[in-house]
Design a protein around this ligand. Structure first.
Ligand SMILES: *[C@@H]1O[C@H](CO)[C@@H](O)[C@H](O)[C@H]1NC(C)=O
Ligand SMILES: *[C@@H]1O[C@H](CO)[C@@H](O)[C@H](O)[C@H]1NC(C)=O
Ligand SMILES: *[C@@H]1O[C@H](CO)[C@@H](O)[C@H](O)[C@H]1NC(C)=O
Ligand SMILES: *[C@@H]1O[C@H](CO)[C@@H](O)[C@H](O)[C@H]1NC(C)=O
Ligand SMILES: *[C@@H]1O[C@H](CO)[C@@H](O)[C@H](O)[C@H]1NC(C)=O
Ligand SMILES: *[C@@H]1O[C@H](CO)[C@@H](O)[C@H](O)[C@H]1NC(C)=O
Ligand SMILES: *[C@@H]1O[C@H](CO)[C@@H](O)[C@H](O)[C@H]1NC(C)=O
Ligand SMILES: *[C@@H]1O[C@H](CO)[C@@H](O)[C@H](O)[C@H]1NC(C)=O
Ligand SMILES: *[C@@H]1O[C@H](CO)[C@@H](O)[C@H](O)[C@H]1NC(C)=O
Ligand SMILES: *[C@@H]1O[C@H](CO)[C@@H](O)[C@H](O)[C@H]1NC(C)=O
Ligand SMILES: *[C@@H]1O[C@H](CO)[C@@H](O)[C@H](O)[C@H]1NC(C)=O
Ligand SMILES: *[C@@H]1O[C@H](CO)[C@@H](O)[C@H](O)[C@H]1NC(C)=O
Length: 459
């Protein structure tokens, strides 16, 4: 009988070699290799065809049955055997095997259950019929069952994300093989970006084996920068413990500076002679060459271009500071931060200032009185105005600072509305603070407006 089989094998082989000459052409299609997991099942997708299948076999044959031969196409050898004969349901070396495909429709799909390490081998499909008009082993293509104790890592695509621009759409595909489609692995994600949407499905690959595909789509946010996204896959098994495998990818996002703010050390309230350090903090990507520019409200040029500025506080250092951080994707300004003298020191100055203020008020009233009396004189008006400008150079500075803020707002695309609004209100505070600190009378505000007009005319 074994000799007969070998003979038929040789006959079939010659058929394959000289297909044009053969009466019957036949072939089976199945994957070259399937990876199986111990303690689980493995499905072999399989279809076959013979040239006379539709016109002859299907008409004359009562029933088809399938066989699986282990190792080599001949089953007479000592180290090879028939693992399965579906005619009498003989199973050797396995706990269960089922042909789930409909052989009448040329579907030889088979599931092997409770896989063990020693099941790793080549397997050949053989078709037999009742009555016995056709017997052939489809030796053109065996399937290799490759058994593993632990599942393979899921495949994450792209696995090495290039830098993505903020707000751009990112697709991450995580796929995990599902050798046993009855028990597909459970795919889950961790460190999911806020905007992510996930769709998971069991799909056939081109070789007809199945995999679970999970597609995650999201808009890259700067908050996701350097986020390590994990795709975790859990395989449940019948006769072994569940196993979990995972793959990760690091998200790198490019974005202009964000959350720009100033930190002050030791504090924003300092006494004269203290060393104070202002640090400009900002998030940006790339961060390696972020540049920083410092401004002091009241000065129209930058005061420094480092991340940190340190100075020993003198009276004239009080006021509002702001910084701008820039990288190649844009820039952002911080809110202004006030450096002021400690309360004891400023109250001392306030008392001194008030005294001087009252005195100035009296003096000013006298000046006003004098001014009202000689208001017809244009010459006197000019003199008064000029005096106000010289005396209140500080007020001019405040105005200049106002101008700086406005121009800043117009020039810089990234300067947001909040910035403008907050600045304006802060400036009022700044102005008020300055009146006290620089020992100016409260009436200075009126003078400031005069100065403003004058400056506008000059422009
Ligand atoms: C099976 O093979 C025959 C002859 O080669 C061919 O005509 C037929 O289309 C094939 N059927 C399928 C489903 O491939
Ligand atoms: C498969 O089983 C059937 C029925 O028991 C038998 O006739 C046939 O010879 C078997 N096939 C092989 C290759 O042993
Ligand atoms: C694999 O090993 C088990 C025992 O560990 C044995 O029962 C079975 O027949 C072996 N199967 C094969 C295909 O060698
Ligand atoms: C073959 O049968 C299997 C199991 O029933 C089924 O999943 C598969 O879709 C069938 N293949 C074809 C090509 O019909
Ligand atoms: C297999 O297919 C044939 C026709 O192609 C059909 O008559 C038969 O019922 C099917 N068998 C099963 C188990 O689905
Ligand atoms: C991810 O899968 C979708 C379809 O599921 C495909 O269109 C897309 O090209 C895939 N992306 C990558 C990076 O593989
Ligand atoms: C898959 O995993 C998630 C999260 O761990 C869990 O909530 C869910 O029940 C699991 N599903 C299955 C089918 O195991
Ligand atoms: C399954 O897990 C239990 C407890 O974690 C362990 O004792 C046992 O050895 C594991 N079994 C296998 C087959 O790995
Ligand atoms: C993340 O993936 C890389 C390879 O892509 C690996 O080297 C690293 O160990 C993984 N990290 C963790 C925590 O799993
Ligand atoms: C302040 O800084 C100056 C120079 O940077 C240094 O000489 C001085 O000792 C510092 N003063 C204090 C109180 O740390
Ligand atoms: C950024 O850094 C790179 C190298 O570190 C340098 O070549 C490049 O000129 C820098 N760009 C800016 C705008 O500073
Ligand atoms: C502040 O006053 C000191 C002298 O007290 C002077 O050296 C320094 O230049 C002044 N700084 C500013 C910003 O006007």
């Amino acid at each position: 009988m074994a000799g007969n089989q070998i003979g038929s094998f040789i006959f079939i082989s010659s058929l394959l070699l000289h297909t044009q000459l053969a009466d019957v052409q036949y072939s089976a299609v199945m994957p070259h290799t399937v990876t199986a997991l111990t303690g689980s099942c493995v499905q072999i997708p399989c279809t076959f065809n013979t040239s006379d299948f539709e016109d002859k076999l299907k008409k004359t044959v009562k029933s088809f049955y399938g066989l699986w031969l282990k190792k080599i196409p001949q089953y007479g050898n000592t180290d090879s055997f028939i693992a399965f004969n579906s005619s009498n349901n003989i199973i050797r070396g396995f706990s269960d095997i089922q042909i789930t495909g409909n052989l009448s429709e040329r579907n030889c799909t088979t599931v092997f259950y409770n896989i063990m390490m020693n099941h790793s081998d080549n397997y050949y499909f053989r078709l037999e019929t009742k009555p016995e008009v056709f017997k052939a082993t489809f030796n053109n293509q065996p399937v290799r069952i490759s058994v593993r104790d632990f599942p393979q890592q899921p495949e994450l695509k792209p696995n090495n994300l290039p830098y993505v621009m903020e707000e751009s759409t990112v697709n991450l595909n995580c796929s995990a093989e599902a050798p046993c489609p009855k028990q597909p692995p459970n795919v889950s994600w961790s460190n999911i970006p806020e905007s992510a949407s996930i769709t998971t499905q069991l799909l056939e690959k081109p070789d007809k084996t199945q995999s679970v595909f999970s597609l995650m789509t999201f808009k890259a946010s700067y908050r996701d920068h350097k986020k390590n996204i994990y795709c975790t896959v859990t395989y449940t098994r019948e006769t072994a413990n569940d196993s979990t495998v995972e793959t990760n990818v690091t998200l790198l996002v490019l974005f202009p500076p964000k959350e720009t703010h100033i930190t002050i050390s030791p504090s924003a309230s300092v006494s004269v002679g203290t060393n104070v350090t202002l640090t400009c903090k900002s998030k940006g990507s790339p961060s390696n060459n972020m540049t920083y520019t410092w401004y002091k409200l009241g000065k129209d040029t930058a005061i420094a271009r480092e991340k940190k500025i340190t100075f020993t506080v003198s009276q004239n250092d009080t006021g509002f500071y702001l910084c701008t951080a820039q990288n190649k994707h844009g820039n952002q300004s911080s809110r202004p931060k006030n450096i002021q003298l400690t309360s004891e020191e400023s109250s001392r100055l306030v008392i001194y200032g008030c005294t001087k203020g009252i005195f100035t008020l009296i003096l000013l009233s006298a000046v006003c009185f004098y001014y009202l009396r000689i208001k017809t004189s244009g010459q006197a008006h000019d003199t008064g105005s000029n005096q106000a400008m010289d005396k209140n150079s500080d007020a001019v500075a405040i105005y200049a600072n106002n101008g700086f803020v406005i121009s800043e707002k117009n020039e810089k695309e990234t300067a947001d509305l909040h910035y403008g609004e907050i600045d304006f209100s802060k400036l009022q505070t700044s102005h008020a603070t300055r009146e006290f600190l620089s020992n100016e009378p409260p009436t200075e505000y009126a003078e400031l407006q005069v100065t403003e007009k004058k400056t506008k005319i000059n422009k």
